[in-house]
Design a protein around this ligand. Structure first.
Ligand SMILES: [Zn+2]
Length: 292
């Protein structure tokens, strides 16, 4: 079952957030009808989103991750909230590449490395906080570690994994973010980095039936792991007719008038959940009037 935990280790020197997201990713991959490589890319981004969303302080805050590296996958966008609820989409859900030299789904190849990873934190202020790093590998986990380390000055290790069956169903998905808190010993960071590199990928643990708590207990075996909070990460779309109306109006009076004059019913689809919203001639007329 999907679960996310927030914990500390080594007497608070280390913050760790880990999650199993198999069901969440499965749902997203079904909604977007993803081919295996696209499923892995979107799944890693969604997992990263739920991990980072859980770090938000207020339930009104929103976090958006966007990666655009010039590859065939196009742009992948994920929005997350503090309850670890996420939604996302991938520019090209049918991207499917041959396995890479390690025999893994080639997420880095699909994303590409000519572009940026952007993190937008909307905390209800006038301007959102925007952080950005150049993509280094396009594998997402490493790019996110770069973001934390250079853009937020928090040395971090990030592991993200999605195991996809040939029919695009999800065998396992999950991830973790491990961060050194200010003032922690640098030797501890080195030791932890070494340990994270030595362990198998997170999906291997999940396939064995280990829960996220089991996995973190294994990684932090002798480091006094303390679970602070648990939640259930979910795929959640918060679209509504009202929001879609706003987006529709934003195309401008001229375009709206043109659609109105054609007299047809307009169908608008939510990018995140594919729900469709219909606007008939009369309803488009009401929207036009609201602009007066
Ligand atoms: Zn939606």
């Amino acid at each position: 079952m999907d679960k996310l935990v927030i914990a500390t280790a080594h007497d608070g020197d280390i913050r760790v957030i880990g999650a199993v997201t198999t069901e969440l990713v499965e749902e997203a991959v079904k909604i977007h009808n993803c081919a295996p490589t696209a499923a892995a890319a979107l799944g890693r981004m969604l997992t990263a989103g739920s991990l980072m969303g859980s770090m938000l302080k207020s339930e009104k805050d929103a976090l958006t991750l966007q990666i655009s590296g010039g590859g065939k996958a196009g742009t992948v966008v994920v929005t997350a909230h503090s309850d670890a609820g996420v939604k996302g989409y991938i520019g090209n859900p049918s991207v499917d590449l041959p396995l890479n030299s390690k025999g893994k789904l080639d997420v880095g190849g699909a994303i590409g490395t000519e572009g940026k990873l952007t993190i937008i934190r909307d905390m209800g202020l006038k301007e959102p906080y925007v952080g950005q790093v150049n993509i280094c590998t396009g594998e997402i986990g490493e790019d996110l570690a770069c973001y934390f380390t250079y853009s937020e000055q928090t040395p971090s290790a990030v592991g993200l994994g999605v195991l996809v069956n040939p029919d695009s169903s999800i065998k396992a998905a999950g991830g973790f973010v491990i961060q050194m808190m200010p003032g922690a010993d640098e030797l501890l960071a080195d030791m932890l980095n070494y340990r994270v590199q030595e362990i198998p990928s997170i999906t291997e643990f999940i396939v064995k039936g280990m829960s996220i708590t089991d996995i973190l207990n294994y990684i932090f075996e002798d480091m006094n792991l303390k679970i602070a909070c648990e939640m259930v990460p979910k795929y959640k779309c918060d679209c509504s007719r009202e929001r879609v109306e706003k987006a529709f109006i934003s195309i401008g009076r001229k375009d709206l008038e043109e659609i109105y004059s054609e007299g047809k019913t307009e169908e608008l689809e939510c990018h995140f959940c594919n729900k469709s919203y219909l606007f008939n001639h009369e309803q488009i007329g009401i929207l036009l009037k609201s602009l007066d």
